[in-house]
Design a protein around this ligand. Structure first.
Ligand code: DX5
Ligand code: ZN
Length: 226
């Protein structure tokens, strides 16, 4: 699967969001990763449907919305109407993950399910066949600029095999501490959608940073990678 780059605007300048979105899409980024935080599931508060609606007006890129909120079901309709393309919620934030996926699909969006580093794959095993994307957090959600947790690579690889064995289509997104070096490890493990905040927006040359994170294509062989 071709690699998709999703710069996280969490590390952008919120007073100049339109410029910062254009900067990364001009450089070839396919997705714009939008981190929604509620001050409860995670400590900080960022933005919601109002800002997403305005972002929709300034870009044709896929708006990849990452809900770090309790009760995600309360946000789905307004965020879908605001123009989100993909809505990803945390499995830890609702007892009704399957229903949330159904609702996201009814609203015409793709559905992603995220799990924190401390959550096992078993939490999403029953959801893989229904979800369009699984987001494996490679840091604890809440802040940009944290260090990639290497022990998540095994989880990514197990998920890659699970999807392969189920003969279903499901993207594997990674989020947290992704840079040119950790991108190689995550892609080797099977991730195909790479979120990067500080490594993109903190770089002097944004286009080069995106190119370096994309790297060269990794070919997965079904037999020899275990
Ligand atoms: C963290 C957010 C990430 C964050 C990643 O909770 O979900 O999307 O922006 O930032 P970096 O790439 O700097 O780790
Ligand atoms: Zn995120």
């Amino acid at each position: 699967m071709a690699t998709i780059i999703a710069p996280s605007i969490l590390s952008a300048d919120f007073a100049h969001l339109a410029d910062d979105v254009k900067k990364v899409t001009d450089a070839g980024a396919e997705y714009i990763h939008v981190d929604v935080m509620d001050g409860s599931f995670v400590p900080e508060i960022t933005l919601g449907a109002t800002v997403i609606k305005d972002l929709r007006k300034v870009t044709n890129a896929v708006l990849d919305v990452h809900l770090m909120v309790e009760h995600p079901e309360t946000q789905l309709e307004s965020i879908a109407k605001a123009g989100a393309d993909i809505i990803t919620f945390h499995a830890e934030a609702t007892p009704h993950a399957h229903r949330v996926i159904q609702k996201i699909h009814e609203l015409g969006c793709k559905a992603g399910v995220a799990i924190c580093p401390g959550t096992s794959l078993s939490a999403i095993e029953e959801l893989v066949e229904f979800a369009d994307m699984i987001l494996i957090m490679t840091v604890n959600p809440g802040y940009g600029g944290q260090k990639f947790i290497e022990s998540m690579l095994g989880k990514i690889h197990m998920l890659y095999h699970m999807i392969d064995e189920m003969e279903t289509e499901c993207d594997i997104e990674v989020d947290g501490g992704i840079n040119a070096e950790t991108s190689v490890l995550a892609r080797e493990a099977g991730a195909n959608v790479l979120v990067a905040g500080s490594a993109v927006y903190g770089a002097a040359d944004v286009a080069k940073a995106i190119k370096d994170i994309r790297g060269t294509e990794i070919v997965h062989h079904h037999d020899d990678d275990e």
